[in-house]
Design a protein around this ligand. Sequence first.
Ligand SMILES: C[C@@]1(CC(=O)O)C2=NC(=C\c3[nH]c(c(CCC(=O)O)c3CC(=O)O)Cc3[nH]c(c(CC(=O)O)c3CCC(=O)O)/C=C3\N/C(=C\2)[C@@H](CCC(=O)O)[C@]3(C)CC(=O)O)/[C@H]1CCC(=O)O
Ligand SMILES: NC(=O)c1ccc[n+]([C@@H]2O[C@H](COP(=O)([O-])OP(=O)(O)OC[C@H]3O[C@@H](n4cnc5c(N)ncnc54)[C@H](O)[C@@H]3O)[C@@H](O)[C@H]2O)c1
Length: 151
Amino acid sequence: MFPLLFKLSDKKLLFIGGGNVAKRKLLSILNQSSPEVTIISKELHPDIKKLLSSNKITWINSNFKEELLKEKYYFAFICTDDKELNRKAALILKKLGTPVNICDNKELSDFFMPAVISQDDITISVSTKGKSPAFAKQLKEVISKTLKGLK
Ligand SMILES: C[C@@]1(CC(=O)O)C2=NC(=C\c3[nH]c(c(CCC(=O)O)c3CC(=O)O)Cc3[nH]c(c(CC(=O)O)c3CCC(=O)O)/C=C3\N/C(=C\2)[C@@H](CCC(=O)O)[C@]3(C)CC(=O)O)/[C@H]1CCC(=O)O
Ligand SMILES: NC(=O)c1ccc[n+]([C@@H]2O[C@H](COP(=O)([O-])OP(=O)(O)OC[C@H]3O[C@@H](n4cnc5c(N)ncnc54)[C@H](O)[C@@H]3O)[C@@H](O)[C@H]2O)c1
């Protein structure tokens, strides 16, 4: 796996599922950039609902169906709690040429979300190649403190 920095502002991103995991990933992305986001989900986390008026976020209040994919997405984040649905949706999006990140399927994912430290012009991302996301988070906190101490 190779880390890259993507310019996501104004890119079309798709989220399938709008629960805790979607919220975490979305907030992490919105912290760094300003993409156009479409969320397909029957339910939406209250913290995401709060963003609907102030951000470029469209909520499609429905379970996932292939017919809902009317646009080409730059990246898709598949985060429902239905493992089989996640797999099926990922295969559809991959066929359409969209790279996917799946919350419960490392093997099928085209990319992972790292833990991100961003201070001024410095960006550091931490990954454990998917082995231990909790450790990535811990390491992020240690690096963040060290970086602050250097200033
Ligand atoms: C870094 C971070 C970024 C983010 O997502 O924002 C991130 N996970 C975070 C937190 C976190 N995730 C989990 C816990 C609960 C504790 C635990 O079990 O460890 C916590 C801790 C918490 O929530 O506090 C559980 C979990 N995670 C994955 C699975 C499925 C699996 O392993 O198959 C399961 C089990 C699900 C289950 O079955 O229950 C999978 C992935 N999680 C990744 C990223 C990718 C690999 C990153 C890497 O290479 O290290 C990858 C592969 C895919 C992806 O999601 O991109 C973010 C820290 C944010 C921050 O603080 O900065
Ligand atoms: N990648 C990670 O970091 C990580 C961390 C914890 C858990 N997980 C995995 O992620 C899954 C989701 O966790 P969560 O805490 O976000 O769950 P959650 O219950 O908070 O959210 C699930 C979301 O999926 C939506 N959904 C369910 N079926 C759907 C369908 N057919 N079409 C569209 N949307 C649908 C629901 O409406 C809800 O918004 C867990 O089952 C677990 O396997 C991954």
